[in-house]
Ligand binder design. Sequence first.
Ligand code: ATP
Ligand code: MG
Ligand code: MG
Ligand code: MG
Length: 414
Amino acid sequence: PFGCHCQGWVRSFRPQKQNLFLHVNDGSSLKSLQVIAPAAMNDPLLGFGCAVEVRGILKKSPHSKQPVELEAEQIWVIGECNPVDFPFKIKERHSLEYIRQFLHLRCRTNAFSSLLRIRSEATAAVHSYFKNNGFLLVHTPTITSNDCEGAGELFQVEPPGTTFANEGSFFSVPVYLTVSGQLHLEVMSGAFPRVYTFGPTFRAENSQSRRHLAEFFMVEAEISFTESIEDLTKVWKSAFALTLLISWMELFHVRCPITYTEAIDILKRSSETFTFPTDWGCDLMTEHEKFLVKHCGNIPVFVTDYPHDLKPFYARDNQDHPKHTAAAVDLLVPGVGELSGGSLREERLDLLRSRLGECGLEDTYSWYLDLRRFGSVPHGGFGLGFERYLQCILGVDNIKDVIPFPRFSHSCLL
Ligand code: ATP
Ligand code: MG
Ligand code: MG
Ligand code: MG
């Protein structure tokens, strides 16, 4: 037994004739410390949810459930809590939708505090993977004048009071919140063969989908001297294996990859299953992606070689293919569909220039052409939605339940 002083929140409170029994949680884990106090110490402010400070003697517990308990000598209520007003009731199971209405109190539930711990560990695992594999971390900008060529709907940014047409606008050019750090990573990959970034990404998604947010975190990597999709997916696979997923990802060797053309054949054979039947040349929709994953045995699957026209100007042209495709790949996973997308980038100056010309973008991207003019190498990369990764490894149905402060259309609480 030794003297102990603890601070935390009361997770349960049982006053009995002789003693008070409290479970006090200090936030270091889900476990609470049992505190026993003589009934005389009862205080009308003491109860579920309040913040307390307890001084007492820590003793070996006679019960097998917990190793130690605290015999209180003094209890101070630091912050009271009226349990009638508190939206989460002890011993009641609330739905995730219900809890989500109280974003400011959500981290006090076991379910969400556990999620936050895993999210924090997974963030550290991402950084340690890249660090241990020779990648340089680059902080790509949040405000940018490039729109990454249709990666997503843009949020335009200006200080209050500026009209966008105004010549005197803050940056003198239209600027946006980043939809992807890829082009900035490509700049860096001209000097550092392995680079990555991991930060907030913004897309004005017009959907109420369970896998889209207006602000999400993306892990993006760019690898130089990569000549084939196989080289790229090798790094990709090991990056996603990270920590928890290693054994699960071994399944990768079972069935992958399939080409987009094979995927369309599979989907057309089951076209009656879909609200939106598909055809060669159409982008895959969530329902198609989920179907393909099931069809392949409910395991992650890489889909390669998408139609060239579906992909942005930087995707590498597969010139030797009978159908006009690009060396672009998506990684589809159970429950979510697309977890990650990547491609080899067009490193050949003449092909890139003519593609940019076709899109009328040659002037806008003259700096990008410079990257091909001065020491261009075959390279490629991928982007992974960190929230979708969490959804996938934790089996969480709605993306709003894996981010502390979800932003989506018509909702920006707090
Ligand atoms: P989707 O087809 O689902 O809209 P995308 O093809 O537009 O995704 P990419 O531009 O390939 O997305 O971005 C790379 C990754 O970022 C995606 O594979 C996905 O995991 C994630 N992502 C994209 N948009 C969102 C979003 N709005 N919310 C959360 N994650 C997203
Ligand atoms: Mg999208
Ligand atoms: Mg997509
Ligand atoms: Mg994609």
